[in-house]
Design a protein around this ligand. Sequence first.
Ligand code: FE
Length: 338
Amino acid sequence: MSLKSLIAVLAAAGLAATATAAEVNLYTGRHYEADTQLYAAFEKATGIKVNVFEGKADEILAKLEAEAEVSPADVFLTADAGNLWRAESKGLLQAIDSETLKTRIPEAYRDPENMWFGFSRRARIIFVAKDGGVDPSLVQTYEDLARPELKGKLCMRSGSAIYNLSLLGAFVAEWGPEKAEAWAAGVVANLAKPPQGGDSDQIKAVAAGECAVTLANTYYFVRFLASDKPEDQAIAAKVQWIFPNQSTTGAHVNISGAGIAKYAPNREAAVKFLEFLASDEAQNYFAAGNNEYPIAGGDGGNAALAKLGDFKADQLNVSAYGENQPAAQEIMDRVGWK
Ligand code: FE
């Protein structure tokens, strides 16, 4: 064999090796431990290796923008439809053509142009102290949080937190900007202290009597409920959950979801990864591992999550959260929800 043909054979072998060692490069903004089990299950099911880059959603968006055409990213996975909308509006995603995803994921939880799909749900609901001096009948709707009777009773996470921006974005879509702004101003007027900390901190503050009412995502509360630590159980025991707006529009629901990066080098593997996230197996991980509601059926046998009970969810398409995010941010700034 001549040197030239030997090189050709070696090169071909090298290419074959590359082709069989399929991989998908995942940029994830999710900050939940259970996700590593999810990736392992995908690797086991498909033989496709998942390379994970973890960061805050904002950092990932900046990284994708900076890397542009040479980005190794295949999939952007993140909590909150608002983050997916940011990626889409910056031109960082590409449309996904998958019958599996369209069949498995209900329309309300995916982008109308198929730029991203939701894979798990969380509701942003009201939590009230059991002995905080606020009758639960006073706080049955989001609108109630702006009632003057609640002056000095509320704890709220920052107005720049994406969960609150998406919530207010939904209200801008449903109520119109004027009512949404009046509501946000009413909430700010009722604060017991300046916004501080994450969702868990709001629930802790209610349990500690620093305030009587707050909003948080369901899985943060279920974490306390399902914990085997006595201090966590004590927090859950002091707080009552209320699914808001059950006789009107329903509770605000957000998603964790994913899209495929515009310049994904492993596009096919990326589609497979997203289709896996919609499978029964993966759906169970979201529920069992992170106390989120599956989107494509089942509750993953999560007893603590089931304890919250059934609820009516708002049917507004989650893409409205992002579309109204700039308007929501302006309102937050004007009413001083810092
Ligand atoms: Fe979260």
